[in-house]
Design a protein around this ligand. Structure first.
Ligand code: SF4
Ligand code: SF4
Length: 487
């Protein structure tokens, strides 16, 4: 047989007939085909350039906020603290109760709209620059490079047998990774338990079992995801990678290889004339593949694995500079701009299309609505519950009395007095104590007796309102309820 002829193989479908176990080909000429591809480790080469600088700027900014905020003080307390035990959520001057869940919903709506907007403008901008997976992978890669060297040194060392030097370097790297991971886990728990107390508990080895669990759980998630899983999280675990294509269109900015300019690709000397050699601008150095954190070749077109980090654009620009060619063989551009050869200003005019403007308008409206609502909200909350034990009764003096239980929640950090009045029926009066004191950040249940003169209303159920005024800070609330008049 001619050695260049393709070998014909018989493919046996892998369908177990009985139970489970190794599957064998039917006959000696059959070849079993497995759909499983073993994972190949990716060694991303370090890169510098415009997009890399932007990524490092977001790494610094996000981590400054994440690691720094729990240490900030606001008065006598931690500035940002989600105290699950007492169900109080402190965000600088704001004190939120679980009843303020609407603001969390608002925050989620803002996050979703921002994601839609950024994706419509520039694809996986979030993934490439601000996603925690990218940020921590970047930090871990930086540590790896400092301890083990850049790509080629790491590849060489991994291929070598174990030696003292290899054990020391790998040990140092894992020690630093674990230190960053555990500090990350500790900081995460510090958003839910006062971080200074947590630090003292840690030093005294007296952390509670939940604090220990979450510190280690979050820490090891960071260690595993940024140290080992890396691109596999983006490729196989992140749901965003799956539905992002639904949000892309031909005017979305994505990292693109200009194949018209780059092809035919080929190596050449710096002095050679590519036109004379009938070559495009791509020198086929494969640096764009080597720097890619997901290990793909952008020259094959847009792929779902691409997180839009721009590392290939940065490194290609350095290659173009060295060759004396124009930058931008790999760049952020749109499919329409490529096919219609638009200039930068034409491209941007199309990027700012109606869809983007609508997303922006809705996002601005939701943000403004949330800010206005937060500014105007009363600094206390009231829940009204009818006392089921006492529906309605006739009391001395011939009045009809209904009894309610009011939960008054003080959302300020000082003692407050609240005045309670009942309205909605002629002659309706609060007959119990109508001014209640509530300690700072506390809630208090009070029993309120409301009376109505006999014959002031027909038998049945009547809508009434409780009017509650804060006497020490501005704030007024109206809560609806019903008053029952017996037959
Ligand atoms: S870095 Fe640029 S020149 Fe080098 S292979 Fe990639 S596209 Fe071609
Ligand atoms: S192809 Fe380029 S932009 Fe996409 S993930 Fe790889 S390096 Fe980043």
């Amino acid at each position: 047989m001619n050695s260049k002829e393709p070998v014909t193989r018989k493919v046996i479908p892998i369908v177990p007939e009985e139970g489970y176990g190794p599957l064998l080909p039917e006959d000696s000429q059959g070849v079993m085909v497995s759909l499983y591809a073993s994972h190949e480790k990716i060694y991303p080469r370090s890169v510098s350039g415009l997009f890399s600088n932007w990524r490092w700027a977001t790494v610094f900014l996000t981590q400054l906020v994440f690691y720094g905020v729990p240490w900030l003080e606001w008065g006598q307390r931690q500035a940002v603290l989600f105290d699950l035990g007492t169900r109080r959520f402190y965000i600088f001057g704001l004190l939120l109760y679980p009843q303020d869940f609407i603001y969390l919903a608002g925050l989620l709506v803002i996050s979703a709209l921002s994601l839609f907007l950024f994706t419509a403008v520039a694809g996986r901008l979030w993934c490439g620059y601000a996603c925690p997976q990218t940020v921590y992978t970047e930090i871990f890669l930086w540590i790896e490079k400092k301890v083990e060297g850049d790509r080629s040194a790491r590849m060489r060392r991994d291929a070598q047998p174990w030696s003292f030097e290899k054990v020391t370097r790998k040990g140092a790297k894992h020690f630093l990774w674990l230190a960053v991971s555990l500090w990350t886990g500790f900081t995460f728990v510090g958003y839910f338990t006062p971080i200074k107390e947590l630090g003292i508990e840690f030093l005294q080895l007296s952390m509670s079992s939940w604090e220990v669990f979450w510190t280690f759980f979050y820490g090891f998630a960071t260690y595993g995801n940024a140290g080992f899983m890396r691109e596999q999280v983006c490729k196989h675990m992140c749901p965003y990678a799956r539905f992002q294509s639904a949000m892309f269109d031909k005017d979305t900015l994505v990292v693109t290889y200009d194949s018209e300019r780059g092809e035919p690709r080929g190596a050449r000397s710096r002095k050679a004339d590519p036109v004379a050699l009938n070559l495009g601008a791509c020198v086929d150095c494969t640096l764009c593949v080597q720097v890619c954190p997901t290990g793909i070749d952008i020259r094959k077109g847009l792929q779902y694995e691409c997180i839009g980090c721009g590392a290939c654009a940065d490194v290609c620009d350095t290659v173009m500079d060295k060759m004396g060619y124009a930058r931008g063989l790999v760049k952020y551009t749109t499919e329409n701009a490529m096919s219609q050869h638009w200039t930068k200003s034409q491209t941007w005019r199309h990027v700012l299309r109606p869809r983007v403007l609508v997303y922006t308008a809705i996002l601005v409206a939701v943000v403004l609505a949330m800010l206005v609502s937060l500014t105007l909200r009363a600094p206390f909350k009231v829940d009204v519950v009818r006392d089921r034990g006492v529906m309605a009764r006739i009391v001395s003096g011939g009045n009809i009395e209904n009894v309610y239980r009011l939960q008054v929640m003080n959302a300020t950090e000082s003692l407050q007095r609240y005045k309670i009045a009942a309205m909605g029926l002629p002659g309706l009066q609060v007959k119990s104590e109508n001014v209640v004191l509530v300690e700072s950040t506390q809630s208090r249940w009070v029993t309120v007796r409301v009376q109505l003169p006999f014959d002031a209303a027909t038998p049945g159920s009547h809508a009434i309102q409780f009017e509650i005024d804060s006497l020490d800070s501005s704030g007024h609330l109206t809560e609806k309820s019903v008053f029952l008049v017996p037959r």
